[in-house]
Design a protein around this ligand. Sequence first.
Ligand code: HAM
Length: 426
Amino acid sequence: MADGEYRAPVGTHDVLPPGSGRWQTLVATFAARAARFGYGLVITPVVEHVEVFQRIGAGTDVVGKEMYELTDRGGRALALRPEGTAPVVRAFVQHRPPVPWKVWYLAPNFRYERPQKGRYRQHWQLGAEVLGVDDPNVDVEVIALAHGFYREAGLRDVTLQLNSMGAPEDRAAFVTHLREYLLAHADDLDPAFRARAETNPLRLLDAKEPAWQAVIERAPQLTEHLGADARRHFERVQAGLDALGIAYELTPRLVRGFDYYTSTTFEFASTALDAAQNAIGGGGRYDQLAEEMGGPPTPGIGFGVGVERLLIAADAEQALPAAGAELDAFVVDGVGDLTATVLVDGLRDAGLRADRAYGGRSVKAQWKLADRSGARFGVMIGAAEAARGTVGVKDLASGEQLEVPREQVAGWLRARTETDDRAAGR
Ligand code: HAM
């Protein structure tokens, strides 16, 4: 770092008010929705033992190339969380809560990616996970939780892509079959194709290289190789989504970036964004992860929504306006003793959003600040009002003024702001 150059690290960002008001709205919306679905908040550490993440696939980019790994002062090999599911499953295995275990989270994730718009080295996810049930109704519930959240956030241009990875044995048999197909076509293509076909044929289905597309497009599809159970499960998920009126596209080439997925997988994309960074959330089943982490066999499913991506999509759709940090009252102090301090404190305790100026400014300067604050009312405490035990109240929009006994001003303001809110349908 150059001398004097204190900046957030590349690929990370600060969230400041008033823009952070949109974060508050999103988090509150998600929390309220998750509560209605019966999910409780889970908070896990930002660092885990590196082995926790090796379970999600040493061959994946997120683990193999992008993980922030560190050795602590005690020599422990730790990693900053690159994604939210493995830590939640680790917590499940550690604490063995009763199932179904339904949890939601808001958490930062760290991936050493090439930063660009919509792709950061630290990004935040709102997510949910359910452990302990393989009922397709849970798949439908989890997808409905995410789907309705986008709607509540004001997004309309959202599509849902749906796929099934099958049972683990279906997936393993398919990977062998797919690898054979890809290798049979590798001679005409560059060596990178062969290397990818050998190490991770599934991910190759997702590759963007134009020269490979003809082979990829004719590749066999996993959904045609599902076993009877996986097929039935997938059909029931689709029937559930149909019943809820949730539209989806069957996307056999949808390949999610982690090895833990089995059965149902899905991704939400914003059609308001460029294709490269249009995934605003994704998830799926991981029916073996808990067992792989040393727990009892326990199916699981969940999703993560990228908060920054969602906000970029909201900008593109002009949805989710920044909620103003609105004030009910701005107190103007014309006395200079502790009366204003006590008054502001009393208003806040009474549930009003109240603020004031600091540093002994002139009354005129304070009224200017009151106007600029966007408060609904200015509350003036001057020498004359102090002597009469009153305050002057000014409606900052209409200019209307009146005098109210000081001990009644909180009640008066509450009544007025509630009436105004009702009239405005807030
Ligand atoms: P993921 O698809 O890697 O899944 O990430 C979920 C969402 O996080 C993405 O759809 C995207 O919106 C956002 N995201 C991912 N990487 C970045 C980045 N570098 N910058 C900005 N946003 C990003 C998971 O992480 C799984 N844990 C989801 C899950 C939960 N599966 C089952 N349960």
